[in-house]
Design a protein around this ligand. Structure first.
Ligand code: G6Q
Length: 549
Protein backbone atom coordinates (compact mmCIF):
# COMPACT_ATOMS: atom_id res chain seq x y z
CA UNK A 1 0.00 0.00 0.00
CA UNK A 2 1.31 3.43 -0.94
CA UNK A 3 1.95 5.86 1.92
CA UNK A 4 -0.25 8.96 1.42
CA UNK A 5 1.64 12.10 0.38
CA UNK A 6 3.08 13.98 3.33
CA UNK A 7 1.72 17.38 2.28
CA UNK A 8 -1.91 16.20 2.44
CA UNK A 9 -1.63 14.37 5.73
CA UNK A 10 -3.93 15.85 8.43
CA UNK A 11 -1.10 16.34 10.94
CA UNK A 12 1.02 18.09 8.31
CA UNK A 13 -1.86 20.45 7.54
CA UNK A 14 -2.39 21.23 11.23
CA UNK A 15 1.29 22.08 11.47
CA UNK A 16 1.05 24.37 8.46
CA UNK A 17 -1.75 26.27 10.17
CA UNK A 18 0.27 26.33 13.40
CA UNK A 19 3.28 27.72 11.51
CA UNK A 20 1.15 30.72 10.45
CA UNK A 21 0.97 31.63 14.14
CA UNK A 22 4.70 31.08 14.60
CA UNK A 23 5.27 34.00 12.25
CA UNK A 24 4.05 36.24 15.11
CA UNK A 25 6.19 34.72 17.86
CA UNK A 26 9.24 36.21 19.39
CA UNK A 27 11.59 34.00 21.39
CA UNK A 28 12.38 36.71 23.92
CA UNK A 29 8.69 37.04 24.68
CA UNK A 30 8.16 33.28 24.79
CA UNK A 31 10.91 33.02 27.41
CA UNK A 32 9.51 35.98 29.36
CA UNK A 33 6.01 34.46 29.35
CA UNK A 34 7.06 31.02 30.52
CA UNK A 35 9.63 30.57 33.31
CA UNK A 36 9.15 26.83 32.83
CA UNK A 37 10.29 26.92 29.21
CA UNK A 38 13.81 25.61 29.87
CA UNK A 39 12.88 22.63 32.09
CA UNK A 40 9.94 21.83 29.83
CA UNK A 41 12.07 21.78 26.72
CA UNK A 42 15.09 19.78 27.80
CA UNK A 43 15.77 16.04 27.61
CA UNK A 44 18.50 13.95 29.18
CA UNK A 45 19.53 10.55 27.83
CA UNK A 46 22.59 8.30 27.51
CA UNK A 47 24.92 10.93 28.98
CA UNK A 48 23.63 13.73 26.70
CA UNK A 49 21.50 16.73 27.51
CA UNK A 50 19.41 18.52 24.87
CA UNK A 51 17.99 22.00 25.32
CA UNK A 52 15.64 22.80 22.43
CA UNK A 53 13.95 25.76 24.13
CA UNK A 54 15.66 28.31 21.88
CA UNK A 55 13.67 27.12 18.85
CA UNK A 56 10.63 28.98 17.59
CA UNK A 57 8.20 26.54 19.13
CA UNK A 58 5.33 26.92 21.56
CA UNK A 59 3.93 24.36 24.00
CA UNK A 60 1.60 23.16 21.24
CA UNK A 61 4.28 22.60 18.60
CA UNK A 62 5.89 19.40 19.85
CA UNK A 63 2.58 17.57 20.44
CA UNK A 64 1.56 18.44 16.87
CA UNK A 65 4.90 17.24 15.52
CA UNK A 66 4.60 14.01 17.51
CA UNK A 67 1.17 13.53 16.02
CA UNK A 68 2.81 13.76 12.59
CA UNK A 69 5.46 11.23 13.62
CA UNK A 70 2.75 8.80 14.76
CA UNK A 71 0.70 9.35 11.65
CA UNK A 72 3.75 8.61 9.47
CA UNK A 73 4.47 5.37 11.33
CA UNK A 74 7.76 6.28 13.03
CA UNK A 75 7.20 3.75 15.82
CA UNK A 76 6.36 0.89 13.43
CA UNK A 77 9.30 1.63 11.16
CA UNK A 78 11.64 1.91 14.14
CA UNK A 79 10.54 -1.56 15.29
CA UNK A 80 11.04 -2.88 11.74
CA UNK A 81 14.59 -1.52 11.59
CA UNK A 82 15.61 -2.98 14.94
CA UNK A 83 14.02 -6.33 14.02
CA UNK A 84 16.12 -6.64 10.88
CA UNK A 85 13.33 -6.21 8.31
CA UNK A 86 14.57 -5.26 4.84
CA UNK A 87 13.69 -1.59 5.15
CA UNK A 88 16.33 -0.59 2.58
CA UNK A 89 13.80 -1.40 -0.13
CA UNK A 90 15.75 -0.34 -3.23
CA UNK A 91 18.64 -2.62 -2.29
CA UNK A 92 16.48 -5.25 -0.53
CA UNK A 93 18.63 -5.16 2.59
CA UNK A 94 18.13 -5.04 6.32
CA UNK A 95 19.60 -2.07 8.18
CA UNK A 96 21.25 -3.34 11.30
CA UNK A 97 23.90 -0.92 12.50
CA UNK A 98 22.07 -0.98 15.84
CA UNK A 99 22.86 -4.71 16.17
CA UNK A 100 26.57 -3.89 15.86
CA UNK A 101 26.49 -2.31 19.31
CA UNK A 102 24.06 -4.76 20.91
CA UNK A 103 25.30 -6.72 23.92
CA UNK A 104 26.22 -10.35 23.38
CA UNK A 105 23.17 -11.43 25.39
CA UNK A 106 20.75 -9.95 22.85
CA UNK A 107 19.27 -12.36 20.33
CA UNK A 108 18.58 -11.32 16.76
CA UNK A 109 18.11 -13.78 13.95
CA UNK A 110 17.92 -12.52 10.39
CA UNK A 111 17.41 -14.93 7.48
CA UNK A 112 18.12 -17.79 9.88
CA UNK A 113 21.43 -16.27 10.95
CA UNK A 114 22.22 -15.22 14.53
CA UNK A 115 23.65 -11.81 13.67
CA UNK A 116 24.62 -10.86 17.23
CA UNK A 117 26.77 -14.01 17.48
CA UNK A 118 28.41 -13.19 14.11
CA UNK A 119 29.07 -9.62 15.25
CA UNK A 120 30.67 -10.71 18.50
CA UNK A 121 32.84 -13.27 16.72
CA UNK A 122 34.31 -10.43 14.62
CA UNK A 123 34.61 -8.21 17.70
CA UNK A 124 36.68 -10.96 19.33
CA UNK A 125 39.04 -10.83 16.35
CA UNK A 126 39.20 -7.03 16.53
CA UNK A 127 40.01 -7.41 20.22
CA UNK A 128 42.85 -9.88 19.81
CA UNK A 129 44.35 -8.08 16.82
CA UNK A 130 44.23 -4.67 18.50
CA UNK A 131 45.77 -6.14 21.65
CA UNK A 132 48.59 -7.70 19.65
CA UNK A 133 49.34 -4.39 17.93
CA UNK A 134 48.91 -2.28 21.09
CA UNK A 135 51.17 -4.55 23.16
CA UNK A 136 53.86 -4.44 20.48
CA UNK A 137 53.63 -8.19 19.94
CA UNK A 138 52.57 -7.67 16.33
CA UNK A 139 55.80 -6.73 14.64
CA UNK A 140 56.74 -5.37 11.27
CA UNK A 141 59.04 -7.32 8.95
CA UNK A 142 62.22 -5.98 10.54
CA UNK A 143 61.06 -6.94 14.02
CA UNK A 144 60.03 -3.45 15.12
CA UNK A 145 56.65 -2.68 16.72
CA UNK A 146 54.00 -0.75 14.76
CA UNK A 147 54.08 3.02 15.27
CA UNK A 148 51.85 4.24 12.41
CA UNK A 149 48.47 3.05 11.20
CA UNK A 150 47.30 4.20 7.76
CA UNK A 151 43.63 3.61 7.00
CA UNK A 152 42.90 3.61 3.28
CA UNK A 153 39.20 4.04 2.57
CA UNK A 154 36.70 6.67 1.44
CA UNK A 155 33.21 7.90 2.35
CA UNK A 156 31.73 5.61 4.96
CA UNK A 157 34.99 3.66 5.12
CA UNK A 158 36.89 6.79 6.13
CA UNK A 159 34.77 9.53 7.67
CA UNK A 160 33.68 7.58 10.77
CA UNK A 161 37.02 6.20 11.97
CA UNK A 162 38.78 9.46 11.06
CA UNK A 163 36.30 11.61 12.96
CA UNK A 164 36.26 9.28 15.99
CA UNK A 165 40.05 8.89 16.22
CA UNK A 166 40.34 12.68 16.28
CA UNK A 167 37.49 13.09 18.77
CA UNK A 168 39.14 10.57 21.11
CA UNK A 169 42.61 12.04 20.65
CA UNK A 170 43.35 12.27 24.40
CA UNK A 171 42.65 8.53 24.72
CA UNK A 172 44.96 7.46 21.88
CA UNK A 173 47.75 5.12 22.90
CA UNK A 174 51.03 7.05 23.21
CA UNK A 175 53.52 6.18 20.50
CA UNK A 176 50.85 5.46 17.90
CA UNK A 177 50.07 7.84 15.02
CA UNK A 178 46.87 7.47 13.05
CA UNK A 179 46.65 8.50 9.39
CA UNK A 180 43.77 8.43 6.95
CA UNK A 181 44.07 8.49 3.18
CA UNK A 182 40.85 8.80 1.21
CA UNK A 183 41.26 11.06 -1.78
CA UNK A 184 42.26 9.71 -5.18
CA UNK A 185 44.32 12.88 -5.38
CA UNK A 186 47.89 11.60 -5.10
CA UNK A 187 48.74 14.55 -2.83
CA UNK A 188 46.82 12.80 -0.08
CA UNK A 189 48.79 9.54 -0.20
CA UNK A 190 52.03 11.36 -1.01
CA UNK A 191 51.82 13.47 2.14
CA UNK A 192 51.29 10.40 4.35
CA UNK A 193 53.97 8.22 2.75
CA UNK A 194 56.43 11.03 3.31
CA UNK A 195 55.78 10.76 7.05
CA UNK A 196 55.83 7.02 7.71
CA UNK A 197 58.45 4.27 7.88
CA UNK A 198 57.57 1.07 5.98
CA UNK A 199 59.13 -1.03 8.74
CA UNK A 200 56.72 0.26 11.40
CA UNK A 201 53.58 1.03 9.39
CA UNK A 202 50.39 -0.99 9.23
CA UNK A 203 47.98 -0.31 6.35
CA UNK A 204 44.31 -1.08 6.79
CA UNK A 205 42.50 -1.24 3.47
CA UNK A 206 38.88 -0.56 4.35
CA UNK A 207 36.30 -1.07 1.65
CA UNK A 208 32.96 -2.80 1.91
CA UNK A 209 32.97 -3.68 -1.79
CA UNK A 210 36.75 -3.73 -2.32
CA UNK A 211 36.11 -2.28 -5.76
CA UNK A 212 35.96 1.45 -4.97
CA UNK A 213 38.22 3.17 -7.47
CA UNK A 214 39.85 5.64 -5.06
CA UNK A 215 40.56 3.04 -2.39
CA UNK A 216 41.89 0.45 -4.83
CA UNK A 217 44.23 2.95 -6.47
CA UNK A 218 45.47 4.16 -3.09
CA UNK A 219 45.89 0.58 -1.83
CA UNK A 220 47.94 -0.38 -4.89
CA UNK A 221 50.07 2.74 -4.52
CA UNK A 222 50.72 1.90 -0.86
CA UNK A 223 51.51 -1.71 -1.73
CA UNK A 224 53.97 -0.67 -4.49
CA UNK A 225 55.61 1.81 -2.15
CA UNK A 226 55.93 -0.85 0.54
CA UNK A 227 57.39 -3.38 -1.89
CA UNK A 228 60.09 -0.90 -2.82
CA UNK A 229 61.29 -1.27 0.78
CA UNK A 230 60.46 -4.90 1.56
CA UNK A 231 59.77 -8.23 -0.09
CA UNK A 232 56.39 -9.76 -0.82
CA UNK A 233 56.43 -12.22 2.14
CA UNK A 234 56.49 -9.18 4.45
CA UNK A 235 53.09 -7.98 3.21
CA UNK A 236 50.90 -9.85 5.75
CA UNK A 237 52.60 -8.05 8.63
CA UNK A 238 51.81 -4.68 7.07
CA UNK A 239 48.51 -5.01 5.19
CA UNK A 240 45.14 -6.02 6.61
CA UNK A 241 41.67 -5.51 5.15
CA UNK A 242 38.19 -4.66 6.36
CA UNK A 243 35.64 -5.77 3.81
CA UNK A 244 32.65 -7.91 2.83
CA UNK A 245 34.42 -9.14 -0.32
CA UNK A 246 36.89 -11.92 0.59
CA UNK A 247 37.54 -12.83 -3.04
CA UNK A 248 38.70 -9.33 -3.99
CA UNK A 249 40.75 -9.05 -0.79
CA UNK A 250 42.59 -12.27 -1.68
CA UNK A 251 43.04 -11.12 -5.29
CA UNK A 252 44.67 -7.92 -4.01
CA UNK A 253 47.16 -10.06 -2.09
CA UNK A 254 45.92 -9.71 1.47
CA UNK A 255 45.65 -12.98 3.36
CA UNK A 256 41.94 -13.46 4.18
CA UNK A 257 43.12 -14.50 7.64
CA UNK A 258 44.00 -10.82 7.97
CA UNK A 259 40.58 -9.70 6.76
CA UNK A 260 37.98 -8.38 9.20
CA UNK A 261 34.54 -8.99 7.74
CA UNK A 262 31.27 -7.15 7.96
CA UNK A 263 27.95 -7.60 6.21
CA UNK A 264 25.81 -6.13 3.44
CA UNK A 265 23.26 -4.94 6.00
CA UNK A 266 25.80 -2.39 7.31
CA UNK A 267 25.57 0.78 5.23
CA UNK A 268 28.89 2.58 4.67
CA UNK A 269 27.89 5.70 6.58
CA UNK A 270 26.56 3.54 9.44
CA UNK A 271 29.60 1.26 9.58
CA UNK A 272 31.83 2.88 12.19
CA UNK A 273 30.50 0.35 14.75
CA UNK A 274 31.61 -2.64 12.68
CA UNK A 275 35.14 -3.81 11.82
CA UNK A 276 35.37 -0.47 9.98
CA UNK A 277 36.06 0.82 13.50
CA UNK A 278 39.26 -1.23 13.66
CA UNK A 279 41.45 1.92 13.55
CA UNK A 280 39.52 3.17 16.60
CA UNK A 281 40.14 -0.05 18.53
CA UNK A 282 43.82 0.19 17.59
CA UNK A 283 44.06 3.84 18.54
CA UNK A 284 42.30 3.86 21.89
CA UNK A 285 42.37 0.16 22.78
CA UNK A 286 39.61 -2.41 22.59
CA UNK A 287 38.06 -1.58 25.98
CA UNK A 288 37.51 2.03 24.98
CA UNK A 289 36.07 0.84 21.69
CA UNK A 290 33.50 -1.23 23.60
CA UNK A 291 32.65 1.84 25.70
CA UNK A 292 32.01 3.67 22.43
CA UNK A 293 29.65 0.86 21.32
CA UNK A 294 27.96 0.84 24.73
CA UNK A 295 27.32 4.59 24.53
CA UNK A 296 25.57 4.11 21.20
CA UNK A 297 23.59 1.17 22.57
CA UNK A 298 22.41 3.31 25.49
CA UNK A 299 21.05 5.81 22.95
CA UNK A 300 19.42 2.93 21.02
CA UNK A 301 17.62 1.84 24.19
CA UNK A 302 16.42 5.36 24.84
CA UNK A 303 15.28 5.72 21.21
CA UNK A 304 13.27 2.48 21.46
CA UNK A 305 11.81 3.02 24.90
CA UNK A 306 11.19 6.73 25.56
CA UNK A 307 7.81 8.22 24.65
CA UNK A 308 8.06 10.31 21.48
CA UNK A 309 7.64 13.63 23.34
CA UNK A 310 10.66 12.86 25.57
CA UNK A 311 12.70 10.95 23.03
CA UNK A 312 15.88 12.84 22.19
CA UNK A 313 16.45 11.64 18.61
CA UNK A 314 12.73 11.99 17.81
CA UNK A 315 12.57 15.51 19.22
CA UNK A 316 15.78 16.57 17.46
CA UNK A 317 14.34 15.19 14.21
CA UNK A 318 10.96 16.88 14.68
CA UNK A 319 12.49 20.25 15.54
CA UNK A 320 14.64 19.91 12.40
CA UNK A 321 11.56 19.08 10.37
CA UNK A 322 9.71 22.07 11.83
CA UNK A 323 12.58 24.35 10.85
CA UNK A 324 12.86 22.82 7.38
CA UNK A 325 9.29 22.20 6.28
CA UNK A 326 7.24 24.71 8.23
CA UNK A 327 9.61 27.64 8.78
CA UNK A 328 11.45 27.08 5.47
CA UNK A 329 15.07 27.03 6.64
CA UNK A 330 17.21 25.34 4.00
CA UNK A 331 20.41 24.72 5.88
CA UNK A 332 21.62 23.48 9.26
CA UNK A 333 24.88 24.51 10.91
CA UNK A 334 26.70 22.16 13.24
CA UNK A 335 28.80 24.10 15.74
CA UNK A 336 30.80 21.84 18.04
CA UNK A 337 32.52 23.92 20.71
CA UNK A 338 35.18 21.24 21.02
CA UNK A 339 38.30 21.15 18.89
CA UNK A 340 38.42 17.36 18.97
CA UNK A 341 35.05 17.33 17.19
CA UNK A 342 36.58 19.20 14.25
CA UNK A 343 35.49 16.47 11.81
CA UNK A 344 32.01 16.02 13.26
CA UNK A 345 30.22 18.32 10.82
CA UNK A 346 31.88 16.55 7.89
CA UNK A 347 30.74 13.22 9.31
CA UNK A 348 27.16 14.47 9.74
CA UNK A 349 27.18 15.88 6.23
CA UNK A 350 27.44 12.37 4.87
CA UNK A 351 25.14 10.81 7.44
CA UNK A 352 22.34 13.30 6.85
CA UNK A 353 22.76 14.42 3.26
CA UNK A 354 23.55 11.01 1.73
CA UNK A 355 20.70 9.46 3.72
CA UNK A 356 17.96 12.01 3.21
CA UNK A 357 19.10 14.05 0.21
CA UNK A 358 16.34 12.41 -1.84
CA UNK A 359 13.46 13.76 -3.92
CA UNK A 360 11.35 10.64 -4.37
CA UNK A 361 9.64 8.46 -1.80
CA UNK A 362 10.33 4.82 -1.13
CA UNK A 363 7.69 3.99 -3.73
CA UNK A 364 9.15 6.32 -6.35
CA UNK A 365 6.70 9.21 -6.04
CA UNK A 366 7.83 12.85 -5.65
CA UNK A 367 8.18 13.62 -1.93
CA UNK A 368 6.27 16.85 -2.55
CA UNK A 369 7.95 18.84 0.23
CA UNK A 370 11.56 19.85 0.94
CA UNK A 371 13.79 17.15 2.38
CA UNK A 372 17.24 17.25 3.95
CA UNK A 373 18.72 20.71 4.59
CA UNK A 374 22.31 21.46 3.63
CA UNK A 375 24.46 20.49 6.61
CA UNK A 376 27.70 22.31 7.24
CA UNK A 377 29.80 23.78 10.01
CA UNK A 378 33.07 24.01 11.87
CA UNK A 379 34.30 24.35 15.41
CA UNK A 380 33.47 27.19 17.72
CA UNK A 381 34.98 29.64 18.43
CA UNK A 382 36.65 29.72 15.00
CA UNK A 383 33.33 30.02 13.15
CA UNK A 384 32.47 33.14 15.16
CA UNK A 385 35.37 34.94 13.50
CA UNK A 386 34.33 33.80 10.05
CA UNK A 387 30.77 33.02 8.95
CA UNK A 388 28.77 33.79 12.11
CA UNK A 389 28.24 37.27 10.67
CA UNK A 390 25.85 35.77 8.13
CA UNK A 391 24.16 33.65 10.79
CA UNK A 392 23.47 36.72 12.93
CA UNK A 393 22.61 39.33 10.34
CA UNK A 394 22.30 37.62 6.94
CA UNK A 395 19.04 37.47 5.00
CA UNK A 396 18.49 33.75 5.55
CA UNK A 397 17.92 32.07 8.88
CA UNK A 398 20.12 29.03 9.56
CA UNK A 399 19.27 26.88 12.58
CA UNK A 400 22.30 25.82 14.60
CA UNK A 401 23.15 22.75 16.67
CA UNK A 402 25.62 23.82 19.36
CA UNK A 403 27.52 20.90 20.88
CA UNK A 404 29.75 21.22 23.96
CA UNK A 405 31.34 19.25 26.77
CA UNK A 406 31.03 20.81 30.23
CA UNK A 407 34.45 19.52 31.27
CA UNK A 408 37.60 19.54 29.17
CA UNK A 409 39.96 16.65 28.45
CA UNK A 410 42.96 18.90 29.15
CA UNK A 411 44.29 20.75 32.17
CA UNK A 412 45.16 24.11 30.67
CA UNK A 413 43.73 26.82 32.92
CA UNK A 414 41.49 29.55 31.60
CA UNK A 415 40.42 27.97 28.33
CA UNK A 416 37.32 26.02 29.09
CA UNK A 417 35.24 28.72 30.75
CA UNK A 418 36.09 31.02 27.83
CA UNK A 419 34.98 28.36 25.37
CA UNK A 420 31.71 27.54 27.14
CA UNK A 421 30.95 31.22 27.70
CA UNK A 422 31.21 31.82 23.98
CA UNK A 423 29.04 28.83 23.18
CA UNK A 424 26.24 29.86 25.54
CA UNK A 425 26.58 33.53 24.57
CA UNK A 426 26.18 32.79 20.88
CA UNK A 427 23.02 30.77 21.49
CA UNK A 428 21.68 33.61 23.64
CA UNK A 429 22.60 36.20 21.02
CA UNK A 430 20.85 34.29 18.22
CA UNK A 431 17.76 34.02 20.37
CA UNK A 432 17.67 37.55 21.83
CA UNK A 433 19.16 39.64 19.08
CA UNK A 434 19.59 43.35 19.78
CA UNK A 435 16.77 45.79 19.10
CA UNK A 436 17.15 49.21 17.49
CA UNK A 437 16.40 50.83 20.82
CA UNK A 438 19.02 48.81 22.64
CA UNK A 439 21.52 49.82 19.98
CA UNK A 440 20.58 53.50 20.31
CA UNK A 441 20.83 53.47 24.09
CA UNK A 442 24.20 51.76 23.97
CA UNK A 443 25.66 54.27 21.52
CA UNK A 444 24.19 57.28 23.30
CA UNK A 445 25.79 56.02 26.51
CA UNK A 446 29.09 56.26 24.66
CA UNK A 447 28.30 59.93 23.88
CA UNK A 448 28.13 59.39 20.14
CA UNK A 449 26.65 62.16 18.02
CA UNK A 450 22.96 61.58 17.25
CA UNK A 451 23.52 61.58 13.46
CA UNK A 452 26.15 58.91 13.76
CA UNK A 453 23.93 56.88 16.08
CA UNK A 454 21.10 56.91 13.52
CA UNK A 455 23.47 56.04 10.66
CA UNK A 456 24.77 53.03 12.54
CA UNK A 457 21.52 51.71 14.03
CA UNK A 458 20.61 49.46 11.05
CA UNK A 459 24.11 48.00 10.95
CA UNK A 460 24.34 47.27 14.64
CA UNK A 461 20.87 45.81 15.07
CA UNK A 462 20.49 42.03 15.39
CA UNK A 463 17.10 40.59 14.42
CA UNK A 464 17.44 37.66 16.86
CA UNK A 465 14.60 35.11 16.98
CA UNK A 466 17.04 32.70 15.32
CA UNK A 467 16.71 29.06 16.38
CA UNK A 468 19.29 26.79 17.92
CA UNK A 469 19.63 23.55 19.86
CA UNK A 470 22.19 23.07 22.64
CA UNK A 471 23.60 19.59 23.11
CA UNK A 472 25.75 19.05 26.18
CA UNK A 473 27.72 16.19 27.62
CA UNK A 474 29.74 16.22 30.83
CA UNK A 475 32.89 15.21 29.00
CA UNK A 476 33.74 13.95 25.52
CA UNK A 477 34.45 10.25 26.15
CA UNK A 478 34.11 7.11 24.03
CA UNK A 479 30.67 6.55 25.57
CA UNK A 480 29.30 10.05 25.08
CA UNK A 481 30.68 10.18 21.55
CA UNK A 482 28.97 6.87 20.77
CA UNK A 483 25.70 8.25 22.12
CA UNK A 484 26.11 11.48 20.13
CA UNK A 485 26.62 9.70 16.82
CA UNK A 486 23.73 7.31 17.49
CA UNK A 487 21.55 10.32 18.37
CA UNK A 488 22.14 11.82 14.93
CA UNK A 489 21.73 8.46 13.19
CA UNK A 490 18.28 8.08 14.73
CA UNK A 491 17.42 11.69 14.03
CA UNK A 492 18.20 11.07 10.37
CA UNK A 493 16.11 7.89 10.46
CA UNK A 494 13.05 9.62 11.93
CA UNK A 495 13.17 12.42 9.37
CA UNK A 496 13.57 9.85 6.59
CA UNK A 497 10.48 7.99 7.81
CA UNK A 498 8.41 11.17 7.89
CA UNK A 499 9.54 12.20 4.40
CA UNK A 500 9.08 8.54 3.40
CA UNK A 501 12.44 8.37 1.62
CA UNK A 502 14.81 5.41 1.70
CA UNK A 503 17.54 6.76 3.98
CA UNK A 504 19.79 3.79 3.29
CA UNK A 505 20.60 3.91 -0.42
CA UNK A 506 22.75 6.44 -2.33
CA UNK A 507 22.02 6.16 -6.04
CA UNK A 508 22.93 9.82 -6.42
CA UNK A 509 26.64 9.07 -6.26
CA UNK A 510 26.63 6.74 -9.28
CA UNK A 511 26.34 8.99 -12.34
CA UNK A 512 29.54 10.96 -11.75
CA UNK A 513 31.50 7.73 -11.14
CA UNK A 514 30.53 6.33 -14.55
CA UNK A 515 31.27 9.56 -16.40
CA UNK A 516 34.64 9.86 -14.65
CA UNK A 517 35.68 6.43 -15.91
CA UNK A 518 35.12 7.50 -19.54
CA UNK A 519 36.83 10.85 -19.09
CA UNK A 520 39.84 9.22 -17.40
CA UNK A 521 40.26 6.97 -20.44
CA UNK A 522 40.24 10.05 -22.66
CA UNK A 523 42.68 11.93 -20.46
CA UNK A 524 45.06 8.99 -20.50
CA UNK A 525 44.74 8.65 -24.27
CA UNK A 526 43.17 5.21 -24.02
CA UNK A 527 39.98 6.27 -25.71
CA UNK A 528 39.32 8.68 -28.59
CA UNK A 529 37.49 11.94 -27.74
CA UNK A 530 33.87 11.14 -26.85
CA UNK A 531 30.80 13.22 -27.56
CA UNK A 532 30.43 15.67 -24.66
CA UNK A 533 29.06 19.19 -24.35
CA UNK A 534 31.47 21.89 -25.50
CA UNK A 535 32.47 22.78 -21.94
CA UNK A 536 33.46 19.23 -20.93
CA UNK A 537 35.27 18.64 -24.25
CA UNK A 538 37.07 21.97 -23.90
CA UNK A 539 38.21 21.15 -20.35
CA UNK A 540 39.49 17.70 -21.37
CA UNK A 541 41.36 19.20 -24.32
CA UNK A 542 42.91 21.85 -22.11
CA UNK A 543 44.07 19.29 -19.53
CA UNK A 544 45.59 17.10 -22.23
CA UNK A 545 47.36 20.06 -23.84
CA UNK A 546 48.95 21.17 -20.56
CA UNK A 547 49.95 17.58 -19.71
CA UNK A 548 51.72 17.10 -23.03
CA UNK A 549 53.54 20.45 -23.04
C1 G6Q B 1 28.09 5.28 2.43
C2 G6Q B 1 28.36 5.12 1.03
C3 G6Q B 1 29.77 5.43 0.61
C4 G6Q B 1 30.76 4.29 0.78
C5 G6Q B 1 32.02 4.61 -0.02
C6 G6Q B 1 33.08 3.56 0.15
O1 G6Q B 1 27.05 5.02 2.97
O2 G6Q B 1 27.93 3.87 0.64
O3 G6Q B 1 30.28 6.56 1.24
O4 G6Q B 1 31.03 4.08 2.13
O5 G6Q B 1 31.69 4.77 -1.36
O6 G6Q B 1 32.63 2.33 -0.30
P1 G6Q B 1 33.45 1.04 -0.01
O7 G6Q B 1 33.51 0.83 1.45
O8 G6Q B 1 32.73 -0.08 -0.73
O9 G6Q B 1 34.82 1.26 -0.58
Amino acid sequence: MQTPALAVSPAYRSLQAHAQLAGQWNLRELFAQSPQRFPAMTIEAAGLFLDYSKNLVSEQTLPLLCELARERGVETRRAAMFAGEKINNTEKRAVLHTALRAPRSMALTVDGQDVVADIHAVLERVKSFSELVCSGEWRGHTGKAITDIVNIGIGGSDLGPKMVCLALRPFVRPGLSMHFVSNVDGHDMDSILAKVDPATTLFIVTSKTFTTMETMLNAHTARNWFLRHANEPALPQHFVAVSTNAEAVAAFGIDTGNMFPFWDWVGGRYSVWSAVGLPIALAVGYDRFTEFLAGAHAMDRHFCDAPLEANMPVVLALIGLWNRNFLGHASLTIAPYHQDLARFAAYLQQLDMESNGKRVTRDGQPVGVSTCPTVWGDCGTNGQHAYFQLLHQGTDITPIDFIAALLPNHELPGHHAALLANCFAQAEAFMRGKTENEVRLEMRAQNMAEAEVEALVPHRTFPGNRPSNMLLMDRLTPATLGALIALYEHKTFVQGVIWNVNSFDQWGVELGKVLAKNIQAELEGQSPPQKHDSSTSGLIARAKKVATN
